[in-house]
Design a protein around this ligand. Structure first.
Ligand SMILES: [Zn+2]
Length: 632
């Protein structure tokens, strides 16, 4: 294994990393939690500290610390390595220069180095930009008086690190360069734009926001700042790192949008980040619910008035990404919407989404023309809290907005809860629907079942992604699973099994592939520890088994990894009777294979082959009979 990867695995515990994403509870030797890769109510996601692997027995996804980060955070392998190396305090640059030629190929080429460094570089650039914008604010009288007009106090401005981007062509760019960032890195941040020569008048987004006449003249690098003359709202991730900015224009110009966001990047996905969650998370957990407002100013004002559990999506409609992040802290939300038609439609659309995420929601339509920001300023915290207590359950909300057609509201609700993974929430909603609509509950449940059955039919194709993970594993015969379990969990037998087995008797290509790889690794470890002592002393302890599995996972495909982690955490072999188990499986598989050959020899009429096959078969079955007789 690559020494850096090895080093990371020694220094970082997979349980610590996964616990940052999943709530884990001890379960015997392992930890258990709700799977982050599929929606479930009872935990089937297991983490093994002794083997440093995870496996979900619901969707059958499994792997090591690297595959976990790759799947849950969308990192590439290189990014996962550099992220974990940083956490473990391993210096990649030094290592890549002093490593063996093989490792240098792994990390040392310019491209991969730049790539793995990009994320860290972006964090640093955004942090420096935050400081720059925040310092600018002191000197912009216009922005400060705007903030005062909006009623923001000094403490709030500091708490949300608000800032100002100057009305200049490239002041941020020059500042970042003076801090030693390379032009390439600054370009990658999205905080500057290259000028497109062919269409200077149609430049995107923030370009026309500048006060410069006639579009923008770029500097000698062909670059100008993306945000100019805007009040800057830094956007933080859950770890409190600034990953993007929102900017509100200060001197409105024709064609310039009022608000713009920095573009999506490898550290920022608009649909995943919730504004204010880094500040609000503790309060959300304490209060037991999150307030989801519509804009930055609503969030900021709520916090200023002591309502510290308020967050907002970033200029987009609510997404599952937002809700998943919020759900880490609470599974209840209060959705604040405008009281107008657009707000009502948006609230209606959100219902299906919150139910699908298993979140219990209440809806708070604002009085016409008001938002939390204006309401708080006019009437204060006490009034706002009283107003919050008038929030409606989804059932009440739907019945109220469609007072002319009760049945439409009922059907909309039944459809909205279809994908809800929380049976109690579903049940409670139907019960409430019956009570409030005065429709017989049994009739509602019947209708719900009918809607569900209708919805399931066209959906059966959509289920495939989960099944495609499941199928290659579920199709494996028990005998092959036992053999593979033995090869993985009793590594002192790995070499024996993988070398003595005739690959032809293994039907499942995944199992065949893994055994092939076991052979390489088990062979290598015997060579390393010495042939004589290798089998007996080399691979017996738990640590040795862990290293063996780590080495194996490192060279396996993701389907193969899923199977290995499943059998490592839940071996299909009784270790006390391992030898008997292995022998039995080998015989059964050989027999199955001979029978297949007999069938084809019969079809082709190859008498000579048929005879020899029948003798082989007799030898094996005779052996089985003899053994079972001896046992009796
Ligand atoms: Zn799962």
């Amino acid at each position: 294994m690559n020494p850096i990867v090895e080093d990371i695995k020694l220094k970082i515990d997979i349980v610590d990393i996964i616990a940052e994403h999943v709530e884990l509870k001890r379960a015997g030797q392992n930890y258990k939690g709700l799977c982050p890769f599929h929606s479930e109510k009872t935990p089937s996601f297991m983490v093994s500290p002794s083997k440093q692997i995870f496996h979900c027995f619901g969707c059958n996804k499994g792997g090591d610390i690297f595959s976990f980060l790759m799947s849950s955070e969308g990192m590439t392998f290189q990014e996962a390595v550099s992220y974990l190396a940083q956490r473990a305090g391993i210096n990649l640059e030094v290592r890549s220069q002093t490593g063996s030629p093989k490792n240098r190929r792994f990390f040392g080429t310019e491209m991969t180095e730049v790539k793995s460094g990009i994320k860290e570089g972006l964090f640093a650039i955004y942090k420096e930009s935050l400081i720059f914008f925040h310092n600018n604010l002191k000197f912009s009288k216009q922005t400060i008086s705007y903030l005062n007009e909006r009623g923001l106090n000094h403490e709030t401005i500091e708490k949300f690190s608000l800032g100002y981007s100057k009305n200049e062509r490239d002041s941020l760019f020059n500042h970042l360069k003076s801090k030693g960032f390379t032009v390439e890195h600054i370009k990658a941040s999205g905080l500057v734009n290259p000028v497109r020569k062919e269409a200077p008048s149609k430049l995107s987004n923030g370009v026309n926001s500048s006060g410069l006449s006639n579009g923008v003249n770029s500097n000698e690098h062909g670059i100008y700042d993306f945000f100019r003359d805007r009040l800057m709202f830094p956007i933080f991730d859950l770890q409190g790192r600034v990953v993007a900015f929102g900017g509100r224009i200060m001197s409105p110009l024709k064609n310039a949008p009022k608000y713009i966001n920095s573009p999506d990047s490898i550290i920022f996905k608009k649909g995943d980040l919730t504004y204010g969650l880094n500040i609000a998370k503790n309060s959300i957990a304490q209060k037991g619910y999150a307030i989801i407002a519509e804009g930055y100013m609503d969030v900021i004002m709520c916090h200023q008035y002591g309502i510290a559990n308020a967050v907002a999506p970033l200029g987009t409609a609510l997404t599952p990404g937002h809700l998943k992040k919020i759900k880490r802290f609470s599974d209840k939300v209060l959705l604040v919407f405008d009281g107008d038609a657009a707000g009502t439609a948006a609230a209606k659309r959100s219902l299906e989404l919150v139910y699908a995420c298993g979140i219990a929601a209440k809806i708070l339509p604002m009085p016409s023309g008001e938002d939390p920001d204006s309401l708080l300023k006019k009437h204060g915290e006490g009034y706002f809290r009283r107003y919050m207590s008038t929030a409606l359950t989804p059932v009440e909300f739907m019945l109220r907005i469609s007072n002319k057609s009760k049945l439409d509201a009922v059907r909309h609700m039944l459809n909205a809860i279809l994908k809800c993974p929380d049976n109690l929430l579903k049940d409670e909603t139907i019960r409430q629907l019956a009570e409030k609509s005065k429709i017989n509950e049994a009739a509602l449940r019947e209708e719900f079942i009918a809607i569900r059955q209708k919805a399931l039919k066209p959906d059966s194709n959509k289920q495939k992604p989960v099944n495609s993970i499941l199928n290659p594993i579920l199709n494996i015969s028990r005998d092959e699973k036992i053999l593979l379990s033995a090869a993985i969990c009793a590594p002192e037998k790995s070499h024996l099994i993988s070398t003595s087995i005739n690959p032809e008797i293994i039907e499942n290509p995944l199992v065949r592939g893994i055994l092939e790889k076991v052979k390489t690794i088990a062979g290598a470890s015997i060579i390393e520890t010495g042939i004589e002592t290798g089998i007996e002393t080399g691979i017996e302890t738990g640590i040795e088994n862990r290293v063996f599995i780590e080495n194996l996972l490192a060279i396996c495909s993701s389907d193969e990894q899923n199977l290995i982690t499943m059998l490592s955490i839940n071996p299909e072999i009784d270790t006390e009777f391992a030898d008997e188990n292995i022998e039995g499986c080998l015989r059964a598989l050989t027999l199955k294979n001979i029978e297949k050959q007999i069938k084809s020899a019969t079809e082709t009429g190859d008498i000579k082959l048929l005879k020899s096959l029948l003798i082989k078969k007799k030898n094996i079955t005779g052996h089985i009979k003899g053994r079972s007789l001896a046992k009796n």
